[in-house]
Design a protein around this ligand. Sequence first.
Ligand SMILES: NC(=O)c1ccc[n+]([C@@H]2O[C@H](COP(=O)([O-])OP(=O)(O)OC[C@H]3O[C@@H](n4cnc5c(N)ncnc54)[C@H](OP(=O)(O)O)[C@@H]3O)[C@@H](O)[C@H]2O)c1
Length: 215
Amino acid sequence: MNVFIIGAAGKVGSRLVPLLADAGHVPLAMHRKSEQAQILADKGAKPVAGDITALTVDELAELMESADAVVFSAGAGGAGYDLTQAVDGDGLVKAVAAARKAGATRFLLVSAFPEAGRDAEPKEGLENYMRIKKLTDAHLSQSDLDWVIVRPGTLSSEGGDGKVALGLALPYGNVSRDHVAQVLAGILERPQLSRVILELTDGDTPVGDALDAMA
Ligand SMILES: NC(=O)c1ccc[n+]([C@@H]2O[C@H](COP(=O)([O-])OP(=O)(O)OC[C@H]3O[C@@H](n4cnc5c(N)ncnc54)[C@H](OP(=O)(O)O)[C@@H]3O)[C@@H](O)[C@H]2O)c1
């Protein structure tokens, strides 16, 4: 499968690339900085340069031409209202339109757990980020694509032990980025997982078993 990854050089995306390559897929790794191309190629990807804020839908669809699936894991990372809107918000809308145009019908979105940050002092930026994430979840879920939305808890870069909690509604928690990448790769192997929103935290169930249970 050719898998077009938006945000491929990110902390989740760069973990997903080698998993897909090892499984015999072709990760088409969209990245912004020229120095990221060789790093992504070394992980088994075919690097594709592109900035989601600058590309038109037609240009993005052209880049996605050979893709069977799209994974959207890009984000402005709290870089302010305008960039959050441009990347997490408008970027997702653009990616959905481009995927439809390119015929890349399978579409996975890394979203966010709605309860994230709810135990901390409310911050305007976080509220805005959550609002945009909710709107983009709604936008994708109302498309005719074969979508899956993954809502991870707070991401950690600690290596995962391969055990997660994955479900339709879960208590909020942290999740290793390794686990997020493993779950994304596992969803692509399970076409029966379709048009569903899955919440994800670290947990007690091996990733494969958790995915099989949901499938
Ligand atoms: N942090 C959390 O606790 C949390 C929780 C739940 C969900 N999430 C979501 O999970 C996603 C993945 O997390 P992560 O740790 O992998 O984040 P990350 O390391 O910040 O990766 C985000 C990627 O998006 C790319 N990007 C930003 N602007 C772009 C643009 N204009 N065009 C194309 N690509 C662009 C970045 O590119 P560069 O490499 O060039 O910077 C980066 O590779 C985040 O985007 C966030 O929405 C985060």
